[in-house]
Design a protein around this ligand. Structure first.
Ligand code: FE2
Length: 305
């Protein structure tokens, strides 16, 4: 067809309905359905790569499980991302030199200001919601080297499902969160020095070139300023309640050693955990400015248009 397919355009309800039906068909019911066994994450064979991609085209995330004996290092994480077009790493304040972060409990120092380096729970968010618009995090690989002795499970939810449930509830709420000034993250100031400027942007946006949906979100209530708008308030309340619920669309999964998540920056949170003895939780995390190749809205909905 010659007309552009725009399911996330609030005025295109026919496109939305068609996309919605396609999205819900065979949507995974539980995290186990997202698991793809792979011999070596650094060198997926064609069958393994296809299985990962199929999960991500449907749910924007897959969980790979290493069945081989080679332990993955950061190079393996990099190679896995590359296989799916995740190339441009996000530079982050705390990343190790190679821009892949080792997430673990850091006993002292400045990093302890940041919850990821503690054993505390982390509330729902997408990564890099405080980044500049042109440096949004679109893809993530998170590889578990070692789980904690207890706890540390992840909560995961596909932003497209959040959008779908929100728009079904009230299309005006979905539209409100697409406003370019919906959400502002104030500047990050440490010891009087601004290390990150304030960032204002939408919660939901559509990538120009691929038509894909992108979400900036955090459940935090401090250090965030929502636009003073009734529909935004109601929409944010809806999302908060949804993420706090036992929704069947929320996946719960505790990564074991050699398992990891590859995703289009889906919403995620982490339970608190406890390290003990040698069971000290260690995850490698790579964030990219790229979305996984082959999961673009234009390719996923090819044939619907
Ligand atoms: Fe995160």
């Amino acid at each position: 067809m010659s007309y552009p397919f725009k399911p996330f355009d609030i005025s295109r309800s026919a496109d939305y309905r068609r996309w919605r039906e396609h999205k819900l068909a065979d949507y995974p019911q539980q995290a186990a359905q997202l698991v793809v066994p792979v011999t070596d994450p650094a060198e997926l064979d064609a069958h393994e790569a296809a299985a990962v991609l199929a999960c991500c085209r449907k749910a924007n995330m897959a969980i790979y499980r290493t069945t081989g004996t080679r332990a993955a290092d950061k190079h393996a994480v990099r190679a896995l991302g590359r296989r799916f077009g995740l190339e441009r790493l996000d530079m982050n304040l705390r990343a190790d030199e190679d821009s892949i972060t080792s997430l673990r409990v850091v006993p002292a120092g400045v990093a302890t200001h940041y919850i990821p380096y503690t054993d505390n729970a982390i509330n729902w968010h997408t990564d890099g919601y405080y980044n500049r618009p042109q440096e949004q995090v679109r893809g993530i690989v998170m590889h578990c080297v070692r789980p904690a002795a207890g706890g540390g499970g992840n909560l995961l939810m596909d932003p497209e499902m959040v959008y779908l449930l929100l728009r079904d509830e009230n299309p005006d709420w979905a539209a409100a969160l697409m406003q370019p000034d919906a959400m502002t993250i104030p500047a990050n100031i440490e010891d009087g020095v601004e290390i990150r400027p304030a960032q204002t942007g939408p919660v939901f946006s559509v990538e120009n070139d691929t038509g894909s949906l992108h979400m900036r979100y955090t459940t935090r209530t401090r250090s965030i300023v929502w636009k003073d708008d009734r529909n935004i308030r109601l929409a944010v309340g809806f999302i908060r309640e949804l993420l706090d619920s036992e929704s069947p669309w929320i996946f719960r999964y505790r990564l074991q050693a050699g398992e990891g998540i590859i995703c289009n920056n889906v919403l995620h949170g982490r339970e608190a955990f406890e390290d003990a003895g040698d069971a000290t939780r260690l995850l490698y995390r790579a964030r990219y400015h790229d979305r996984m190749k082959g999961t673009e809205m234009t390719t996923v909905t090819d044939g619907l248009q």
